[in-house]
Design a binder for this molecule. Structure first.
Ligand code: ADP
Ligand code: ASP
Ligand code: MG
Length: 408
């Protein structure tokens, strides 16, 4: 008897009918002789709705109270799914994160899972029940409800699978697997049967929202076999593999993009040791995450221009901090742009192939797309371009690297 953890996202539990369809699927897996733990998200749109309510009263909302509020979305679905299961003769029991004891740190709205007590779940499985667990939420040491950040139910599922040493963690969503790029942007995107863990980690961290990045990190750390598949149909989905030697590995596996980027430049700062620290120190202290960094030598040889990117939500804050830094350093100017996006090519094949970057730049140039920043690592190349070029850029690269479906 295999232990399977399944996770169903918002769209997959978006209505009574969808919840009933999930119950049928769970029952089929159980009737086939498996033990099932099911992690669910809130019904689609619910987390946004709750967030809207909170902001109408307090903006930004109190992080602690926001977690109390947002966690109710998942509490609704666990109860409804358990009822739907019982209704079709499948014994089930639902638990909130706190009831399981999914213990997290105390970083409200972006908590990290530290420990999961599997005892209660195991006892129910032993008694022949399906266990339905609320995703996205946990409880800290002091008993406060926490949430794991948007898309966090993926991480709940992988963490539960790791704690219970499940045979497989299946992430059911509204697409039938991981594609070469978001099929909403490029309808000719192709489903991948397999993707390496490393590539999936890059895709997720570079903006592909199909899996939350922490879920992929968790899967890597505990070697959880992870699969992404559709809750609307059948099929094998995409397996995230730990093997390096996939036969006939394509050079590029996929294209990720991040829409919510912003860039800031401080112009004409003295070119001397410690300057990067003087500029980025205050940004880090304000808990703003910096992504790409570029430093240019200024035309006069004694000053430099320094550019970096942050999440768009942090743009205004970063801009005002940078302005103070500029005043203190006697810099010439501060400049910013929050209408930019980042597009990235990902593929382990880049390690053994030259010329990927120049091919990428050529494809973008052909469409008249100006590259504002570039950053590379062993298995990815990212460019920052103006927001208006997002779709054109993704499609041009998708075609240039031959990622389309055969029937194209
Ligand atoms: P869920 O509510 O099930 O967690 P999400 O909306 O979080 O679903 O994730 C699924 C969505 O991820 C898809 O509808 C798709 O638009 C988007 N997506 C982004 N990049 C990719 C990709 N490379 N492959 C598949 N889906 C992707
Ligand atoms: N309901 C939460 C969200 O919308 C968590 C999730 O769906 O994974 O972000
Ligand atoms: Mg999701």
């Amino acid at each position: 008897m295999a232990l399977i953890v399944q996770k169903y996202g918002g769209t997959s539990v978006g209505s009574v009918e969808r919840i009933q369809a999930v119950a049928q699927r769970v029952k089929r897996w159980r009737d086939a002789g498996n033990s099932l733990v099911v992690v669910v998200s809130a019904m689609s749109g619910e987390t946004d709705r709750l967030l809207g309510l909170a902001k109408a009263i307090q903006n930004p909302p109190s992080p602690r109270e926001l977690d109390v509020l947002l966690s109710t979305g998942e509490q609704v679905t666990i109860a409804l799914l358990s009822m739907a299961l019982e209704q079709i003769g499948c014994p089930a029991r639902s638990y909130t994160g706190a009831q399981v004891r999914i213990r997290t740190d105390s970083a409200h709205n972006k908590a990290r899972i530290q420990e999961i007590d599997g005892a209660r779940i195991r006892a129910d499985l032993q008694a022949g029940r399906v266990v339905v667990v609320a995703g996205f939420q946990g409880v800290d040491e002091a008993g406060n409800i926490t949430t794991l950040g948007r898309g966090g139910s993926d991480t709940s599922a992988v963490a539960v699978a790791a704690a219970l040493k499940a045979e497989e963690c299946q992430i059911y969503t509204d697409v039938d697997g991981v594609y070469t790029t978001d099929p909403r942007i490029e309808p000719r995107a192709r489903k991948l049967n397999r993707i390496t863990f490393e590539e999936m980690l890059e895709m997720a961290s570079l903006g592909s929202k199909v899996l939350q990045i922490r879920a992929v990190e968790f899967a890597g750390k505990y070697r959880v076999p992870l699969r992404v598949l559709s809750s609307f149909g059948e099929g094998e989905g995409t397996l995230i593999t730990f093997e390096e030697d996939i036969v006939e590995q394509a050079v590029i596996s996929g294209i990720a993009f991040a829409k919510d980027e912003a860039k800031l430049t401080i112009v004409g700062v003295p070119d001397q040791p410690g300057i990067a620290h003087r500029i980025l120190g205050p940004i880090a202290e304000a808990n703003i995450e910096v992504d790409m960094i570029v430093q240019n030598i200024g035309a006069d040889g004694t000053t430099t221009d320094f550019t970096f990117t942050v999440h768009r939500n942090d743009y205004e804050r970063a801009l005002s901090i940078l302005q103070s830094t500029a005043d203190a350093l006697g810099a010439r100017a501060v400049d910013g742009d929050d209408r930019i996006v980042k597009i990235s090519l990902v593929g382990v094949g880049m390690r053994s192939h030259a010329g990927i970057a120049s091919k990428m730049f050529a494809a973008l140039a052909k469409e008249g797309i100006n590259i504002r920043m570039i950053s590379t690592s062993e298995i990815k190349i990212s460019v920052v371009v103006d927001e208006k070029y997002l779709e054109l850029g993704v499609r041009a690269l998708h075609q240039a690297f031959g990622l389309e479906k055969e029937s194209g």
